[in-house]
Design a protein around this ligand. Sequence first.
Ligand SMILES: NC(=O)C1=CN([C@@H]2O[C@H](COP(=O)(O)OP(=O)(O)OC[C@H]3O[C@@H](n4cnc5c(N)ncnc54)[C@H](O)[C@@H]3O)[C@@H](O)[C@H]2O)C=CC1
Ligand SMILES: O=C([O-])C1=[NH+]CCC1
Length: 173
Amino acid sequence: MLPNILKKNVAIFITYQIRIWNRNIEAAEKLVTLLISENIKAEVSKSVQEAARDADIINTCTGASTPILKADWVKAGAHINSVGAPRPDFHEIEEDLVRKGIIYTDSRESAENEAGDVIKAGVPVFAEIGEVLLGSKPANKNSLTIYKSLGLAVQDAVTARLVYNMLYENNPL
Ligand SMILES: NC(=O)C1=CN([C@@H]2O[C@H](COP(=O)(O)OP(=O)(O)OC[C@H]3O[C@@H](n4cnc5c(N)ncnc54)[C@H](O)[C@@H]3O)[C@@H](O)[C@H]2O)C=CC1
Ligand SMILES: O=C([O-])C1=[NH+]CCC1
């Protein structure tokens, strides 16, 4: 999933440098090789701390059950996209870091009931992404912000429809 998230990030920025960390360095090297083969600038980091240093955007996408990203490693004003830790007993972001951030999510109900990091930190969700897109809640671009992704059922339904259309109706839309 991470390669696709990174490609979406890169499409937004004119200048960027991607640093990849994985607990298995061969996996990080494989992803860097894939990105470079698609003309995306990327390099391997030997630690999470090294990967996160001075980063504007941090994507965490792990199956970790204990936090891998610490508050001290993240600069003020950074934005974190947290895709992993989708269960109450899973964690990938240190509690202090979650408390420092402004929390955005796709579904408030899901985040408050499923996202281990949000539940443990006991912090409120500031806004759903839909509220930001509609302009009823601000993006707080200069603050430390955390987007807690969990996925919406409607995304699965639309994806299933696209696959069905491509398979049986030869029409992606
Ligand atoms: N937010 C969302 O919409 C979605 C979230 N997920 C969640 O995102 C996470 C990643 O999913 P995929 O990329 O499909 O899985 P994957 O198996 O391809 O990648 C998981 C990565 O987490 C790493 N990892 C596992 N335990 C770790 C630990 N203790 N410390 C450091 N790294 C660790 C693995 O080495 C692997 O690189 C999972 O927790 C999954 O449940 C998956 C689909 C949608
Ligand atoms: O496939 C998955 O593991 C998940 N999808 C949404 C949250 C977790």
